[in-house]
Design a protein around this ligand. Structure first.
Ligand code: HEC
Length: 472
């Protein structure tokens, strides 16, 4: 080859490399988005196609980590390794130049001529293609919500037989899950493929398909259930058993069965998983305590005693994600206790303001103050007061009261959008959900739902749910 041509080719190659580097530095790939959403494309079975993982964990080029026996997805460490392997097959900011997207895309839609693993997407409109493209364009778990609009608020109705699905972009009910009588707690798989509800009528944990919104399984529990929580990796659901002597049922979400019951002191009302996934926390009204359980060994570690029953809780994190403080609502107390997680000690107790003249407190029904949430950016704590029919917003870490917003009657639970700006407050006494802008401190709208709405959660459902045809 003539020297000149070789030199020119070399120049072209370095110019291309430079181009790739420039766009790489301006767009970064979000690991969390990769862990939860991109990897779900690799493990999902589509009609007519083999799963990506079946070939790509077997020595094919772009070699992914093998799935651990009995595991439907990868753990944190395996996900990090996959992230490194896959990121070298994409050009950040440019989906059309990324082999990850071009290889399984039909040639007629602009994809590569051939992929030994077949063509998975006939068009760039395919939800899987769109999801991978979003990751390559640098979207994060928080930002994707707004772009794809598949964030949903799941609202249970504690005196009904259904669950409502609200689209926070339009604040409309866009779906309904039927056949869950006296639903109590709600939780979701990390990728939204499944929703879980505790069913007080049947003493079961009901499993719902995130795409079809239909109940697919009912798992028998050891006793009457209350609230539930899912582990960070989605492999476990922890169910509060509201019967003496008290237990937390552990559900294996792969086997879809109860694998054990962890005994605790006192009937359990609410269970939580700390944001770092390391601990399961079980609160008891009768036992007036919270039991902190090691999520790895599933053994109780320590117990926090109060002189009042333990109601809902919320968690504040340190910069490394570990738990800094726990906020604990207590029976008949219109406010919350603040617990330092490291020392296991209550450090202060904060009472919500008293109602102004001319306003009547709500005395019947549940606890004075019931339902709390910490925003994803860790800057705000939202606290419900059933007694005052209002929500209160505190700044974190200062715990300074920023203001309050009047909502419907007897707010019982609250969930926040991933951007941490909007609260969805379940008004148990007026069969509605108040949408509250927690930055501007005002109620945006009120959405009618079912009978006595209580627990609610924010989830990101798989894409097909965005179509209104899912309404039933
Ligand atoms: C039936 C097995 C099989 C399945 C299923 C499969 N692949 Fe592949 N894939 C291969 C083989 C074999 C190659 C190498 C030959 C080629 O490039 O076609 C490959 C190559 C690739 C490459 C290029 C690898 C590189 O080193 O640059 C990408 C990217 C890729 N596949 C992505 C996917 C994605 C994403 C899926 C799922 C949506 C998938 N594949 C499903 C077998 C498979």
């Amino acid at each position: 080859m003539p020297l000149l041509l070789l030199a020119a080719a070399g120049l072209l190659a370095s110019a291309l490399a430079l181009g790739a580097q420039t766009s790489a530095s301006s767009t970064s790939l979000d690991f969390e988005f990769f862990r939860v959403r991109v990897q779900s494309v690799f493990t999902t079975k589509r009609p007519g196609n083999a799963r990506c993982v079946t070939c790509h964990a077997l020595g094919t080029t772009m070699q992914l980590q093998p799935l651990s026996p009995g595991s439907a997805t990868w753990n944190e460490e395996q996900s990090r390794k996959n992230f490194e392997i896959v990121r070298s097959r994409v050009v950040p900011g440019n989906p059309a130049a990324s082999r990850l997207l071009q290889h399984p895309l039909a040639e007629s839609a602009g994809g590569d001529p051939h992929h030994d693993g077949g063509k998975h997407w006939t068009s760039k409109d395919d939800p899987e293609y769109q999801m991978l493209a979003a990751w390559v364009r640098g979207e994060t778990m928080g930002s994707v919500a707004a772009v794809h609009g598949n964030v949903r608020i799941i609202q249970t109705n504690s005196a009904g037989d259904n669950v409502h699905v609200i689209d926070p972009l339009t604040n409309m009910v866009v779906g309904q899950i039927n056949g869950i009588e006296v639903g109590h707690g709600a939780a979701a798989a990390p990728d939204g493929s499944r929703l879980y509800f505790s069913n007080e009528a049947d003493t079961t944990l009901d499993v719902v398909d995130g795409r079809t919104l239909r109940v697919t399984n009912k798992i028998q529990l050891s006793g009457h259930p209350n609230n539930i929580a899912a582990s960070r990796d989605g492999k476990r659901v922890y169910v509060a058993i509201r019967e003496e002597p008290g237990a937390v049922d552990v559900i294996d979400t792969l086997a879809l069965q109860r694998v054990k019951s962890i005994p605790v002191k006192g009937a359990v009302h609410n269970t939580y998983v700390t944001p770092d996934g390391r601990y399961v926390v079980a609160g008891s009204i009768q036992g007036k305590n919270a039991t902190i359980i090691d999520a790895q060994t599933e053994q109780p570690l320590w117990v926090l005693d109060f002189e009042l029953g333990v109601r809902p809780m919320a968690f504040e994190t340190n910069p490394d994600g570990s738990t800094k403080r726990m906020f604990v609502q207590l029976t008949e107390f219109n406010g919350f206790a603040v617990v330092d997680f490291a020392t296991h000690k209550e450090v202060t107790r904060i009472e919500l303001p008293k109602l102004g003249p001319g306003k009547k407190p709500i005395l019947e029904g549940g606890n004075a103050s019931h339902g709390m949430a910490v925003s994803a950016d860790g800057q705000r704590l939202v606290v419900d007061s059933r007694l005052n029919s209002a929500v209160y917003v505190y700044s974190l870490p200062e715990l300074t009261l920023l203001g309050s917003v009047d909502v419907g009657r007897a707010p019982d639970w609250v969930t926040l959008t991933p951007d941490g700006k909007t609260a969805y407050v379940a008004n148990a006494g007026s069969n509605s959900v108040s949408v509250v802008d927690i930055v501007a401190l005002k109620e945006v709208t009120r959405i009618p739902v079912g009978q006595v709405p209580k627990r609610n959660i924010t989830v990101m459902l798989p894409s097909p749910m965005t179509s209104r045809s899912a309404i039933r």
